[in-house]
Design a protein around this ligand. Sequence first.
Ligand SMILES: C[S@@+](CC[C@H](N)C(=O)[O-])C[C@H]1O[C@@H](n2cnc3c(N)ncnc32)[C@H](O)[C@@H]1O
Length: 333
Amino acid sequence: MNIDKKTYRLKPQVKIENLLPEIDQKKDCQRIIDGLLKNKKSIPSVYFYDETGSQLFEEITRLPEYYLNRTEKLLLAEVSTQIADGIKDIDIVEIGSGDCSKISILFDSIPAINRKTIRYLPIDISQSAIQKSANNLIDCFPEIEVHGIAANFLDQIRLPYQRKKRLFCFFGSTIGNLSRKKSLNFLINLKENMEPGDRLLLGLDLIKNPKIIEAAYNDSQKVTEKFNQNILNVVNQKIKSDFYPKDFNHLAYYNQDYCRIEMHLKAKKDLMVSSPYLENNIWIKKNETIHTENSHKFSPGQINYLTKKSGFEIKRKFFDPKQWYSIVELTKR
Ligand SMILES: C[S@@+](CC[C@H](N)C(=O)[O-])C[C@H]1O[C@@H](n2cnc3c(N)ncnc32)[C@H](O)[C@@H]1O
């Protein structure tokens, strides 16, 4: 499989466009270095998702503690007939599509005759995830045309020509990985890419008992630990550094002030890291942390604020019976 060509074909109904080579590699490396040189070190969470990272994330979604995936899927299964009602002649654009397992629930609720009229456009930074999931999807829904886009959804949402109405989907509470300000800007930008009448389905994890939330990011099988440590392998690849992931402990806790899970890597001992991109080595003290991810949680009031402030109209809101998760359906007027 040639992953370097900009556009290549897999199964006949699948086309994948690769916008990743357009990302400025210098800027990419600079972002990582800037984060590592800060007083409070950090690495942007987008670097979790190389092939190993995507596989580990899929494993996380199957863990008993990781209620997010299970709850969103059950909720989607419950409401998908309402959402799917009348869906035909439409482009479905999924942002951060991952393993595409959630969109399959929606496709299941669309009659086969209408599915034939749908084009599905998954967008993800992980080229391997997009290839694998697009091929798997076609095995189950061979009548759907798939046009995958390997791209950064923060600054590369550039869709093919609009031939139809669009339904955008942003599941997995991935919006919670952005800061509150960035999530608002992201929604505003997304709305700019939409036409009046287009819809957005947004999955959001709700504020709940912190113990339940913390357990989801501290699983007993330590898959989340491996996922967290793997970001250093991606960093090593990008900036040719010599991090040894096992030198760090996984740390994930709920920050009440910001209503978010914070994931960090905590140094087990004093460390020195070098990279040809760095003038001086980086020194990391024992117990010093590198902040790798935020996962913001939402109250119904915050959801209203975020969606209205970004100029969307709330069409419907769905909650699971425990009020742990919400899917909101938004439209652009
Ligand atoms: C939390 S996972 C959710 C995956 C899937 N939507 C789900 O609900 O299971 C986030 C997904 O977004 C992708 N992703 C993260 N940051 C991204 C970015 N800046 N641009 C494109 N994709 C990104 C990851 O590769 C991953 O598949």
